[in-house]
Design a protein around this ligand. Structure first.
Ligand SMILES: C[S@@+](CC[C@H](N)C(=O)[O-])C[C@H]1O[C@@H](n2cnc3c(N)ncnc32)[C@H](O)[C@@H]1O
Length: 180
């Protein structure tokens, strides 16, 4: 695979993407933070049609190459741009959000909040909830779950393990019923 340092530490492992993809509704999904393609490839391997966005053009080129290695490039449309700007122009059955956690130091914080994602997690979530039937968001282990209280009637959180090790959580939110 082609990969850079940031891409390496933020790459979604395929076995974890299998767990996440199994809970993502519908046929089409927007992967709003593509990186070097871990999430896009995992979603495509699960049979989804994917629109994958990243603001870093070099990383999108790496993701394109990596998708060919997995034989899923036909299922993924790649876009370079700012997801905050592009999401309101797109729609799909589901949106998968994997925004940066601010680098490896995120784990030194006692608690991680929506505001600590970059871009801001709540803003991303609110934009996305209007655009798809379901929005999923990858959450670090130190995420403050009380932040999900306003969504309590429409969110489900799962734990993602790699072997015996808890890696992170994923929150699945019920979004809008979108008529294309
Ligand atoms: C956590 S990584 C994504 C990892 C990816 N899901 C994977 O499995 O390989 C976050 C990515 O978001 C990108 N990014 C940061 N801000 C962005 C924005 N506003 N719009 C789109 N992409 C952005 C970064 O370039 C980085 O590649």
């Amino acid at each position: 695979m082609r990969i850079d340092i940031e891409g390496l530490y933020s790459l979604a492992q395929q076995s974890i993407m299998d767990q996440i993809s199994a809970l993502i509704v519908g046929d089409s999904v927007i992967d709003a933070f593509c990186g070097v393609g871990g999430s896009a490839i995992g979603l495509a391997r699960a049979g989804k049609k994917v629109i994958s966005i990243d603001s870093n053009a070099e990383r999108i080129e790496m993701a394109k190459y990596n998708a060919t290695l997995f034989g899923v490039s036909e299922q993924i449309e790649f876009m370079v741009g700012n997801s905050l700007k592009l999401l309101p122009t797109l729609h799909a059955d589901a949106i998968f959000l994997d925004p940066p956690w601010g680098g490896p130091d995120y784990s030194k914080q006692r608690k991680f909040y929506f505001k600590d994602f970059a871009p801001n997690g709540r803003e991303l979530l609110e934009i996305s909830l209007a655009r798809a039937r379901q929005v999923s968001l990858r959450l670090p282990k130190n995420f403050e779950m009380a932040e999900l209280e306003p969504y309590r009637d429409r969110v489900k959180v799962t734990q993602n393990y790699l072997g015996e090790k808890l890696m992170h959580f994923t929150a699945y939110f019920e979004g809008a019923t979108y008529a294309a």
